[in-house]
Design a binder for this molecule. Structure first.
Ligand code: HEM
Ligand SMILES: [Ca+2]
Length: 570
């Protein structure tokens, strides 16, 4: 990684201004990610700002949204762009050329919630719309819109760090989650929340009746009905199933460790189980998920995991924080893989599917959508192609309630402008890829686009320099073997490099205080997502590779690769 990139990356908000005391001999991560970096205790911690790779471009120099194009005219409306570029074009949205399953999409969302939480969820923000109108950044709806008959869609601006008493010269957004891949979706991103989620006996996490996620105290169609480490758990049933899977995995591990080590305290059992779960999340992400997203070229450059020994070297100068561009544009590529439906499948002859718009934050589905049923449905169902189009269920009908709804593509574009994200060409420059001068596919044009995509972009943008990053990069042709084009591939590749080399508690680290033993690490490197699904969702068998459909190779759970926890016997 070049010096240029490492330097540009330094910006971690003002949390370092507070005095954070670290114990250099602590064996486990803190709940909020502080003290991961002992020289900079706030790096990567929750409630610090998203990092910038290149300077922001707001309307003014300080932080008003980007609203004007290069000619000083209004930028096209985000909904207009969404209608023109991101509408559901494919005759069969449930199709991708590589047999990727819904599990691949779902891992992306679950993982993204471990890494960032900056924007306000629409449900939360609606109540705020009336309270603080000046914080709204409304999306204009074109008069000829095929779906909406109102003229605007409300969006509340993301919280700036000045809310926390920080006074940066330029507006920055807060990340409420820990940046590290540490299972903050399961354990929360603060000490208080973690305390609340723990059972405080035998290292266990709280569960609800029937070994489900614990219920929330208020529960109706507008409120969260289940509690987890991340409050977005109830968005769709498939996401809740992922949360439940890792909650059960934690308790499964804690129970086994308690059998092996009679004298371990609740704290020791909890922390060791949490450490193993975080290691599983990291291992699955870098070995099963990312190769499918980035293709072999970028993986081989930086990110491949060494199969056996301790090759890993922690880089203490590498800021691990989630970058603004990653959270606001690049890792939102997965929105184009969201399916039209959610489903559950009790057995081969008993399948239930319903349209996704009927499932957002819908507690009445809980009894029907069991964890095992959802997992079987996800791994048997192909995900839509990761391309420029989003299905109507989220592009017209996101968070449908009382005839009101949102457009996820438009929110992504508007969010980019809210965060002062520089436009597409600036990111091409950062990525050291050719910058476009003209709307054409050839020389000095949009060289990573098809003619069809260029034709759509030119319909909405006056200049190639105005193209919003989400729209420009999502409509690129994919890198070989990947789910994204070269611009997103480099941004995502760089971010996962930071999560790996900037994490002192990375699962392959060699520090005698925080590492696993070599025997233990060898066990962790056997893990596959299929094993975790099989062991925790009342299934008898699973295919080894759950990220693809049409998988003939189903195996009984005990023949899938297992972690031998006896290596943790003291
Ligand atoms: C059922 C599927 C999904 C739904 C309904 C959904 C919905 C949303 C919504 C409403 C937002 C906030 C939008 C805003 O106001 O700015 C959001 C943010 C985001 N989504 Fe998704 N999403 C889904 C799946 C995914 C997937 C598959 C990925 C990645 C592979 C992903 C990555 C992200 C990221 C990175 C953010 C920004 C998070 C933050 O920093 O606040 N999402 N999503
Ligand atoms: Ca995290």
């Amino acid at each position: 990684m070049s010096e240029r990139m490492m330097k540009a990356h330094r910006h971690s908000g003002c949390r370092e201004d507070y005095t954070i005391h670290c114990d250099p001999n602590a064996r486990y991560r803190t709940a909020d990610g502080t003290c991961n970096n002992l020289d900079h205790p706030a790096w990567g911690a929750a409630m610090t700002s998203l990092a910038r790779l290149i300077p922001s471009q707001y309307g003014d120099k300080r932080g008003t949204p980007r609203t004007l194009d290069k000619m000083n005219c209004s930028l096209p409306s985000a909904r207009n762009i969404s209608n023109t570029v991101h509408s559901e074009v494919s005759a069969n949205p449930n199709h991708n050329g590589r047999n990727l399953s819904i599990v691949a999409m779902q891992w992306g969302q679950f993982l993204s919630h471990d890494l960032s939480f900056s924007s306000m969820s629409v449900g939360e923000s609606l109540t705020l719309v009336n309270v603080c109108r000046k914080q709204c950044f409304t999306i204009e709806i074109p008069a000829d819109d095929k779906h909406f008959d109102t003229n605007c869609m409300e969006m509340v601006r993301s919280r700036p760090t000045s809310d926390m008493g920080c006074n940066p010269d330029v507006r920055e957004q807060i990340n409420q989650a820990t940046s590290f891949i540490d299972g903050s979706t399961v354990y929360g991103s603060s000490q208080e929340h973690q305390y609340f989620l723990r059972n405080h006996s035998q290292g266990l996490m709280n569960t609800g009746d029937g070994d489900l996620l614990p219920p929330a105290s208020i529960c109706d169609h507008a409120h969260s009905c289940q509690v987890a480490g991340d409050s977005r758990v109830n968005v769709v049933p498939c996401l809740a199933a992922a949360h439940l899977l890792f909650l059960r995995e934690h308790n499964r591990i804690a129970k086994r460790l308690a059998e092996l080590n009679c004298d371990w305290s609740d704290e020791e059992l909890f922390q060791q189980s949490r450490k193993i779960v975080a290691a599983e999340l990291q291992h699955i992400t870098y070995n099963e998920y990312l190769p499918n997203v980035l293709g072999s070229e970028i993986m081989e450059m930086f990110l491949l995991t060494d199969k056996t020994s301790f090759q890993y070297q922690y880089l203490k100068d590498f800021l691990p924080s989630t970058t603004n561009v990653f959270a606001t544009a690049a890792f939102r590529f997965g929105h184009s893989q969201i399916p039209t439906k959610q489903g559950t499948c009790w057995n081969e002859s008993n399948l239930h599917e319903q349209r996704i718009e009927t499932t957002f934050r819908n507690p009445s589905l809980l009894p029907r959508f069991t964890c095992g049923g959802i997992n079987r449905w996800m791994l048997n169902t192909p995900a839509p192609e990761s391309d420029r189009s989003l299905v109507d269920g989220v592009r017209d009908l996101l968070f449908l309630k009382n005839n009101s709804s949102f457009d996820l593509a438009a929110l992504n574009i508007q969010r980019g402008r809210d965060h002062g994200l520089a436009p597409y060409n600036e990111w091409r420059r950062w990525a050291q890829l050719p910058v476009a001068k003209y709307f054409r596919v050839g020389d000095q044009g949009l060289v990573d686009h098809t003619q069809e995509a260029v034709d759509l972009l030119v319909k909405v943008y006056r200049s190639v320099d105005d193209i919003d990053l989400f729209t420009g990069a999502l409509s690129e042709k994919h890198v070989t073997g990947g789910m994204v084009g070269p611009t997103f591939a480099r941004l995502i590749g760089y971010q996962f490099l930071a999560y790996k080399y900037g994490d002192r508690f990375w699962y392959e680290n060699k520090d005698p205080i925080t590492r696993f033993t070599e025997d233990q690490l060898e066990e962790i490197k056997k893990i596959r997502l299929s094993t975790i699904m099989c062991l925790n969702s009342n299934s008898d068998s699973m295919p080894l590779d759950v990220f693809h459909t049409n998988n003939a190779n189903w195996k009984p759970c005990d023949l899938l690769p297992q972690i031998d926890l006896s290596k943790w016997k003291k």
